[in-house]
Design a protein around this ligand. Structure first.
Ligand code: FAD
Length: 464
């Protein structure tokens, strides 16, 4: 490992020579802004914040940092929920948002080519203008960047039918920690030349390389979308309805659920007429042509009724559909209003075990005297147990940490995962070995060493 030299003037001068003086910041405001991300309670302190404008500049920054052994934390919009961009070992926060050129939308090849700092919504809108769909749609899509989406392998509401970000990454240009630029994949649907590094980089959380260009797969936009909702007295009935929908041969675009705590919080927050006495709410949707939407929406409504739904409604107008979807979109802000601190988790279990997992979460909440609302993607088993509490109550915080540990242990015991879409980052690192095992973790570390021999890229996160 190279020796670390980190005086402020030394750093500034060297980095200004690479990206220009306007794109290096070490003022108090910048150091404070880039000390945190969207993860509650986690903070670091960068030595300097750098905003490169090109692949060459990224390579220049990395070569310099690698020679000096300075940590580099790649960053998009900082909306991740696993402290993946918290600079807990100081060093350089490398913000990619200046690299925001949407270079191409190609209806012929069904691809988009862009720099990592393009926001998800910008790409989706540009694709829609050409009659195409970029399906990954994390709830943070108005703010998050494509680089962040790929580095986290983000999911979203459409993952059941369309898959996650990984399924749309055709090609990646990336800069290694040592400054070399590699390209993996491109605009080809079929390409098996070499190891599939673009897949490896997808979900690598800034620990292997800095991505500087992405080639993404688009699909033809569906003609229309249908949306509906079903109330259940009991979450077990809702979970059985999910199984029945899927085994009836319908692959919905949306299949989301809210538990009792979430329904109550959303209605208190947005007053959209939800039934606060219900035990669970299932939101279902389909896209495609009008005929198949009608058929699938009817079949999903029937499956819900067959499993004991107390009330089923299919939206007849766009405004009604917007209301239904608002129930799901409002969950996080609604829960956040209950207490000053919101801890949002994303444990995942096989979808056949959702009801069992939610019951375990409720038991854990009761045992620890905590409020935990659980909502999530019922179709793919990705649950978001969300703890709300007052952090001034240090003892409650300790109970919350214990509850999170137990939730992860339950997920792992059910052949699930400690994270379906939010990443490991800093906050889940201590749970990773329990899921993967020591040999697997050791292999991750050897892979990390091959990409980043001096361990400068996002050190102390994911497998490093
Ligand atoms: C309100 C809210 C809703 C959310 N909803 C969802 C959701 O529905 N689904 C979901 O999956 N996530 C969701 N998230 C989490 C988060 O928004 C996503 O992980 C998002 O993809 C992060 O994008 P970003 O630009 O903010 O990346 P950042 O947070 O800046 O970075 C995320 C990770 O990517 C790395 N990184 C960033 N850019 C690069 C690059 N160019 N090269 C290499 N590494 C890089 C960073 O080092 C870090 O490890 C939500 C977050 C919030 C706050």
């Amino acid at each position: 490992m190279a020796t670390t030299t980190r005086t402020a003037t030394d750093l500034r001068a060297a980095l200004e020579a690479v990206v220009g003086p306007d794109h290096v910041r070490d003022d108090a405001g910048a150091l404070l802004t880039y000390a945190t991300d969207a993860t509650p309670l986690e903070r670091g302190r960068p030595d300097v914040v750098v905003f490169p404008g090109s692949t060459d500049e990224v390579a220049g920054v990395l070569r310099f940092a690698n020679e000096r052994g300075i940590p580099v934390v790649p960053r998009g919009s900082g909306t991740n929920l696993s402290a993946g961009t918290v600079p807990h070992r100081g060093g350089i926060v490398l913000v990619l948002t200046r690299m925001n050129r949407l270079k191409e939308i190609s209806p012929g090849d069904l691809v988009a080519v862009c720099e990592p700092g393009v926001r998800t919504i910008e790409l989706a809108q540009a694709a829609a203008a050409e009659g195409m769909l970029f399906p990954p749609d994390p709830g943070s899509h108005t703010t998050a960047t494509i680089g962040g989406n790929v580095a986290e392998c983000s999911g979203g509401l459409r993952a059941l039918k369309y898959g996650v970000t990984r399924d749309y990454v055709l090609g990646v240009e990336a800069v290694l920690a040592t400054g070399e630029v590699i390209r993996s994949g491109g605009r080809l649907v079929k390409d098996v030349a070499g190891y599939d590094l673009r897949r490896l980089l997808c979900g690598s959380e800034g620990t292997l390389a800095v991505m500087t260009e992405l080639t993404l797969r688009l699909v033809p936009a569906p003609e229309a979308t249908g949306t509906g909702m079903a109330y259940f007295d009991d979450l077990g009935d809702a979970a059985r309805a999910v199984s029945r929908v899927l085994s009836d041969g319908v692959l919905p675009v949306t299949l989301e659920f809210l538990d009792r705590v979430c329904i109550d919080a959303v209605e208190g927050y947005s007053r959209i007429g939800l039934d606060r006495s219900a035990g669970a709410l299932l939101i279902f949707g389909q896209d495609g042509d009008e005929a198949s939407i009608d058929r699938d929406m009817r079949r999903m409504a029937e499956a819900c009724e067959a499993e004991g739904a107390t009330h089923v409604r299919i939206a007849e107008t766009e405004a009604e559909a917007a209301d239904v979807l608002q129930a799901r979109r409002a969950v996080l802000p609604a829960l956040s209003r209950l207490e000053p601190l919101t801890i949002l988790e994303d444990a995942t279990v096989p979808r056949s075990r959702i009801a069992e997992m939610v019951q375990r979460i409720q038991d854990i909440a009761e045992r620890h005297g905590l409020t935990i609302g659980t909502f999530g993607h019922a179709g793919d088993g990705n649950l978001h147990p969300t703890i709300v509490l007052d952090p001034a109550d240090g003892e409650a915080l300790e109970r919350a940490h214990a509850a999170v540990d137990e939730i992860f242990a339950e997920a792992i015991a059910m052949d699930g995962s400690i994270t379906g879409e939010h990443g490991v980052g800093l906050v889940k690192l201590r749970h990773l070995e329990a899921q993967l095992g020591a040999d697997h973790l050791a292999l991750l570390r050897r892979i990390k060493g091959a990409f980043d021999p001096n361990g400068i890229l996002n050190p102390g996160k994911l497998g490093s």
